[in-house]
Structures are given as C-alpha cells and as structure tokens.
Ligand binder design. Structure first.
Ligand SMILES: Cc1cc2nc3c(=O)[nH]c(=O)nc-3n(C[C@H](O)[C@H](O)[C@H](O)COP(=O)(O)O)c2cc1C
Length: 270
C-alpha cells in the first residue's frame, strides 16, 4: 500500500479488540522507531510501554495495554521534529494493521514521564496506544469524534493560497503539488484544529501555522507538533509524485494576519 492510501485510511483508534500486540509487530515498530529521522536532526528516544508493568494509562483508551512514547531534548523546533518523526511511526504502524492515537493531553502524563525517565531538560510530547482496532467504536469514542468533527477537514481553498493570502489555491491550480497538499489537509491535529496554511510561490511552498483559540502562546506549542505532521505528509506526498522537497527555515515576508506564524519554507525543486 502506498503512503497516500495509508494516510487516507488512518484514523485515531481509541477502542481496541483486546488482543495483545503481537511480538513481531512490537519488534518491527520498535526497530522502525529507532531509525526514524527528522529534518531538524533532533534525536527522539522511543520506548514501548506496558500499562501494568510500567503503570501508564490513558482514560480514553480501551482494549490494549501497549503504548509507545517518545522523549527528547527541549530544543528549538523540538515540536516539529517530534511531529514529523512520530507521524512516520504512526503510518508505519498503520501499514501493519496496528491502530494508534496521538495523545498529548488525555493521559497520566506523570506516569509516562516516570516510565520514560524524563529529565528536566527533556520533554515527552505525546504517546500513542498500539493495538488492533475493535470492530465497533465505544460510545465514548464516537462522542469524542463528534465533539471535534474528527471525520472532516477544512476545504483545500481555505488552507492553501497562491502568491499571497488573498488568493485561494484550488486543487486544479496546485498542479504537481495537489497530492502533497491534499495529504497535508488530511493530517491529524490536536483537537482537529488543522493549523497549517501554505502559500505556493513559484517553486516554493511557504508553511504557516494559524494559532487556534487559547493555543500556541507559551514556550511549548502543541500546534508546532501539528506542523511537523503536516511537513511529514507533504514530503511523503511529494515523494510519491517524484518530487524531493528541501526543507529550509526562513521567513519569506508574505503579509499575513496576526494569528499566523511562519513555520517553515519548503523549497520544492521541479
Ligand atoms: C498533537 C496531537 C495531540 C492529540 N492529543 C489527543 C489527546 O490528548 N486525546 C485524544 O483523544 N486525541 C488526541 N489527538 C487526536 C486528535 O483528536 C485527532 O487526530 C483529530 O481529531 C482527527 O481525527 P483522526 O485522527 O481520527 O483523523 C491528538 C492529535 C494530535 C495530532
């Protein structure tokens, strides 16, 4: 299965079927995670944890005892780096038929930090359960999905622009970048806020982060994790189209509203 099919198929799984994660799946995910890199070259240490042995838990997850967690030094761009790397692992798990859910909030954070031995200069941004999806979602999971409209995404033209933020970009106008941008559109994000915006200018795509209400103000910005996920999807889509994007942090100086922050310039050589 190619990456775009995996991205279209993935959804957050919070209700699992109770079958323990098979040893071979656990080993393959741990091996993949150990090799996962990110454009920021910030190492992330991953570990598979067990609900009982490591005393970790999440109140929104049922039917599996296995979790994966990652910790890293709290450096500039740590959030984007984590988002990029973890999404690669999430999609790899999906390719094995293993369900996941990005979890930044609804977990016993202190227990996960203890299990991972997180020190003062380190951060544990998110964890995910690993297991096999149950045939039927729990009522709680269905309600949670409804609450954040998890099955829908903003329209292409509301997210992507041509030359300036005044000119919406249609899928047809995006040319070779239609698929990479569509895969950005479909990405998961915290409370499904979809903070990514992008402006296509010649052979460059400039990524911006739109600050959600009550989010993204402090020193640790969860929406930057969403941006890392977006960059991961963009790159996977581009590679599927035979394009190798080159990421570069730069501000192209495009006029924009206050709530928008430049995230990353992506040069896309054709
Ligand atoms: C950075 C991040 C943090 C998230 N934190 C949580 C969380 O704490 N609890 C939870 O149930 N879901 C969490 N989610 C899952 C989102 O709610 C979910 O991805 C979004 O609603 C879209 O649904 P989908 O993943 O099924 O496409 C998080 C997602 C991301 C990307």
């Amino acid at each position: 299965m190619n990456m775009s099919d995996l991205i279209r198929r993935r959804r957050s799984v919070r209700t699992f079927d109770g079958v323990p994660l098979r040893e071979e799946d656990a080993a393959r995910i741990a091996e993949f995670a150990g090799k996962a890199e990110n454009p920021y070259k910030i190492p992330v240490e991953w570990k598979l944890l067990d609900r009982k042995a490591d005393r970790v838990s999440s109140p929104v997850i049922a039917g599996t005892d296995t979790f994966i967690a990652g910790k890293m030094q709290q450096l500039p761009h740590a959030e984007e780096a984590f988002g990029y790397s973890f999404e690669k692992i999430v999609l790899f798990a999906e390719s094995l038929g293993v369900g996941t859910t990005w979890i930044a909030g609804t977990m016993d954070r202190r227990a996960f930090e203890q299990a991972m031995g997180v020190s003062q200069d380190e951060v544990l941004p998110c964890v995910s359960p690993l297991g096999y999806p149950a045939e039927k979602m729990s009522l709680r999971e269905s309600m949670m999905r409804k609450g954040v409209k998890a099955d829908s995404r903003l329209d292409f033209e509301k997210l992507f622009f041509k030359g300036s933020f005044d000119v919406p970009l249609s899928p047809a106008d995006a040319g070779d970048l239609q698929l990479p941008l569509e895969l950005v559109r479909l990405a998961p994000s915290a409370i499904n806020a979809q903070p990514w915006r992008a402006v296509l200018c010649g052979d460059a795509v400039h990524f911006y982060k739109k600050r959600g209400r009550g989010m993204g103000g402090g020193s640790w910005d969860i929406q930057k994790i969403d941006m890392g996920i977006a960059l991961c999807h963009f790159e996977l889509g581009a590679e599927e189209c035979g394009i190798r994007p080159v990421f570069r942090a730069a501000d192209p100086g495009i006029p924009h509203e206050d709530g928008l922050r430049v995230c990353h310039e992506t040069n896309v050589p054709f």
